[in-house]
Design a protein around this ligand. Structure first.
Ligand code: KG4
Ligand code: ZN
Length: 340
């Protein structure tokens, strides 16, 4: 007899409609519908995102249940992203999740998207998959956030540093737009960097106290440099694309690494993990691993499927809350900003 709980996770905070089924923290299915419609606009158009979520949510949930090989009536709870994110997008997932939970007479569990990115480290595909031990430090880097979080337990986390302006993913995406790459540019900068020289251009790193970050001065510095060089040579970007990408990536990753190293030393924490969309970045992954080897850290890097937005992380976060009887009211409403 299987005593585990089947939890359906639903994620719709930005431009991905995602649903997943977990048996406790074991991922049985992890389905994502990406929205191609935004590419032509160079960024996510909120109104279009909400409409696409409406179109995608039923097929995505149906497919997640099918791949997991279970029926709706076997679910124990439905976890959904309550925030932070685009309000119109969040409303689609949260209304659907609460309605389905009510229809099935099972609890709904509201989830903080950023905490779920961290808890993605507990999403396992097989029992032997390793998970971090507490306490650990997480560098959470996404399109909307850049945070260093001290994680004491699945339900106890504290932000000890964060960006004062742009997020790391936003810096990748905004710079890539200037150099003519389609949205989202982060993965393309990563790809082009492999063929470029990271020392070709020297960009300014920010100098912020404690564990906080700032990317806006750096972004302006890159844009000014590109503007000035293009005035002299109109083919500057095209002739130097890989070097620009490699130099931009190198500087962003250095800024991130400087702070996580400082935090780990100051707090004497030797388990260090990364989470969020930018944790898919190949340089960040290799630099964290190398630094971990030098510093004697236990490093955890999520598999790609759990880095960028996904619903497995929502279901796993729901599993921890379920075990702690943290169910939410059907009156809880989606929230674009989610303080914690
Ligand atoms: O976590 P996520 O999927 O969505 C948010 O919650 O924001 O993160 C998306 C961000 C985008 O800014 C995207 O450009 C960035 O993650 N990203 C990357 C890479 N893959 C995704 N940035 C750099 N290198 C990558 N390989
Ligand atoms: Zn995210």
């Amino acid at each position: 007899m299987n005593n585990g709980k089947y939890i359906l996770g639903i994620e719709s905070s930005c431009d991905d409609t995602a649903a997943a089924v977990c048996l406790d923290n074991m991922v049985l299915s992890n389905v994502i519908a990406n929205q191609k419609v935004h590419e032509q606009y160079g960024g996510v158009v909120p109104e279009l995102a909400s409409r696409a979520h409406q179109a995608n949510i039923v097929p995505v949930v149906t497919e997640a249940l099918r791949q997991a090989g279970i029926e709706k009536k076997e679910l124990s709870a439905i976890a959904y992203t309550r925030g932070p994110g685009l309000l119109g997008s969040l409303l689609v997932g949260s209304c659907f999740a609460k309605s389905l939970a009510q229809a099935l007479n099972i609890p709904a569990i509201e989830i903080n998207h950023m905490q779920a990115h961290i808890l993605a480290h507990f999403a396992i595909r097989k029992q032997s998959d390793a998970t971090p031990t507490f306490p650990f430090l997480c560098l959470t880097v996404s399109g909307g956030h850049t945070q260093i979080v001290k994680v004491e337990s699945p339900l106890q986390m504290k932000i000890i540093g964060q960006t004062l302006d742009d997020a790391a993913g936003e810096a990748f995406d905004k710079i890539s737009k200037v150099i003519g790459l389609p949205y989202p540019g982060g993965p393309l900068i990563d790809k082009n960097s492999k063929l470029g020289n990271p020392h070709a251009f020297k960009f300014n790193k920010s100098n912020i106290a404690n564990y906080d970050f700032s990317f806006s001065g750096f972004k302006t510095n890159v844009m000014n440099c590109i503007h000035n060089e293009t005035q002299k040579n109109e083919n500057f970007i095209e002739q130097n694309l890989n070097d620009i990408c490699a130099s931009v990536q190198h500087t962003i990753i250095n800024m991130l690494m400087d702070k996580i190293i400082k935090a780990a030393i100051d707090l004497q924490i030797k388990t260090v993990v990364i989470a969020g969309g930018v944790s898919a970045n190949s340089l960040l992954r290799s630099r964290l691993q190398e630094t971990g080897n030098e510093m004697g850290w236990n490093v955890f890097i999520p598999p790609f499927e759990f880095c960028t937005d996904n619903a497995a992380m929502i279901a796993v976060a729901g599993y921890f809350k379920y075990n702690d009887n943290q169910f939410s009211s059907l009156a809880d409403s989606a929230t674009a900003r989610y303080e914690w």
